[in-house]
Write a protein that binds this ligand. Structure first.
Ligand SMILES: N[C@@H](CCC(=O)N[C@@H](CS)C(=O)NCC(=O)O)C(=O)O
Length: 214
């Protein structure tokens, strides 16, 4: 999702090759195209770039001034810090709430069954920090629009999109300001396009199977 969003924000034309990581033949296929054995990987006329952040920075160099980063140098620095915080942290939160665009965590007998996931060690503190990080960045730069840097959705917002999707999947209650930001990110046309494509794929593969993973 984030690699695709970086490509979309670059404004450059690109093609997507989809790989189903759960399929046995995928490991070998992935090893052929990605030196790290991980996705996303970008092949730009033979230049191979691995890692989401590296892809965004590479695309920024190819298309400087594109929508990946804000135009202002200090805003760009803050955007890089925000994206890097997301990239480097929140392991416990991410492990407790695996990303799944199709799944909607059920609420049984009036008791949200996500309570157990959110009670795992470290999760509550990280959940608070995510919201505080959004609040701090928006307080400094977010005037004039719903995103971290105001009206223009940039790669920092893209980095947080999977986090926003987790909060929707697992019915996580957020502070009103954080909830509004997460909603704006998920409603952005680029993000909505990716989610719609995932839903189309899930309809093809089998919705229930996709919603049951992991
Ligand atoms: N540092 C990488 C991490 C990417 C990553 O963890 N990719 C996972 C899928 S989201 C992967 O390729 N896993 C390989 C596998 O499951 O075989 C980035 O964010 O770009």
């Amino acid at each position: 999702m984030r690699g695709w969003l970086a490509c979309r924000l670059s404004g450059l034309p690109f093609e997507v090759e989809t790989l189903f990581l759960s399929r046995p033949e995928s490991k070998e296929k992935l090893a052929r195209v990605s030196p790290t054995g991980m996705i996303p990987v970008l092949d730009h006329d033979g230049v191979i770039v691995t890692d989401t952040m590296a892809i965004a920075e590479y695309l920024w160099e190819v298309a400087p001034g594109c929508d990946i980063w804000p135009a202002d140098r200090l805003a760009r620095t803050a955007a890089r810090s925000s994206a890097a915080e997301m990239h480097a942290h929140f392991q416990e939160l991410r492990a407790a709430l695996p990303m799944n665009l199709i799944k909607r965590w059920p609420i049984k007998d009036g008791i949200p069954s996500n309570v157990k996931l959110l009670a795992r060690p470290g999760v509550e503190a990280q959940l608070a920090r995510v919201q505080e990080s959004w609040r701090q960045t928006r307080a400094a730069w977010g005037q004039g629009g719903p995103f971290l840097f105001g009206a223009r959705f940039c790669f920092a917002d893209a980095m947080w999109a999977p986090m926003a999707s987790r909060f929707r999947t697992y019915s996580v209650t957020l502070a009103p300001e954080a909830a509004a930001y997460a909603e704006a990110v998920l409603a952005h046309p680029h993000v909505a396009e990716w989610v719609a494509a995932a839903e189309a794929q899930a309809r093809e593969i089998g919705w229930e199977a996709c919603a049951a993973w992991p």
